[in-house]
Design a protein. Structure first.
Length: 249
């Protein structure tokens, strides 16, 4: 609704501007041509009483076409009462297609009750694929109970790869208890090669402390912690886990 209101406001402004230009042209010695142009385009400043008889039909047809286009596009300026019966099916088909596209995309303005039986399956399949992609990506709004058993391995494999990447990169979320022996050895080798780089401790479970987590306010700078710091090993052998720090003032 907001989009259509904005479009309507922009069209109104455009018509006002062009109408002003048209009136200026009229004052410069082209009153008939300027008025005809304004009327053909539906601009402000159109005076139907000044049209030549042969131009009235052209102006009426142009107005009809503008209204028809507005109805086909679903714009708020559409006046259905002015649409001829032979054009009504085109408007209904355009409205159906807009609703179908909204349903296929999962938009909140989808009206599923208006869908044909043949399209309900397409919409359900699109919704399934969106949820599957969400689960594969590990997003929190994944509805795992809606995933078919045949697709569960994809989700498990993606989850495993994300955890492995976290462990190899020393980022939050690493849980080495879920790694295979082979991949755990890879993490150990990476730690040995780069002992001061960002690698998590041998076993990391639970969540980071909210005191040094993302967005927490630093007591030193008073700014939010938004810069990721990878885990590292100090010279004395102390391991410093990954955390966030704030920007320096």
């Amino acid at each position: 609704m907001r989009v259509t209101q904005v479009i309507s406001a922009l069209l109104t402004c455009a018509l006002a501007i062009v109408g002003a230009i048209t009136r200026a042209d009229a004052q410069q010695g082209h009153p008939q041509n300027a008025n005809l142009t304004a009327c053909l385009n539906g601009y402000f400043g159109c005076d139907p009483a000044k049209l030549a008889p042969q131009d009235v039909a052209r102006v009426e047809q142009a107005a009809y076409q503008r209204n028809l286009n507005a109805c086909l596009s679903g714009y708020p300026g559409c006046t259905l009462a002015k649409v001829a019966p032979q054009d009504a099916p085109r408007i209904e088909q355009a409205a159906y297609q807009r609703n179908l596209n909204a349903c296929l995309s999962g938009y909140p303005n989808c009206e599923a009750s208006r869908l044909a039986v043949l399209d309900i399956g397409r919409v359900e399949q699109a919704a399934y694929q969106r949820n599957l992609s969400t689960c594969v990506s590990g997003y929190p709004h994944c509805a795992l109970e809606k995933v078919a058993p045949a697709d569960r391995p994809k989700i498990e494999q993606a989850s495993y790869q994300r955890n492995l990447s976290s462990c190899l990169g020393g980022t939050y979320g690493c849980d080495r208890t879920k790694l295979s022996a082979h991949d755990s050895a890879r993490v150990d080798e990476a730690i040995q090669r780069l002992p001061r780089q960002a690698f998590a401790p041998p076993i990391t479970t639970g969540s980071p402390s909210p005191l040094d987590g993302y967005g927490a306010i630093s007591p030193i700078t008073g700014l939010p912690r938004t810069i990721a710091v990878r885990g590292y090993v100090r010279k004395d052998g102390t391991y410093v886990r990954p955390h966030y720090r704030s920007r320096r003032r």
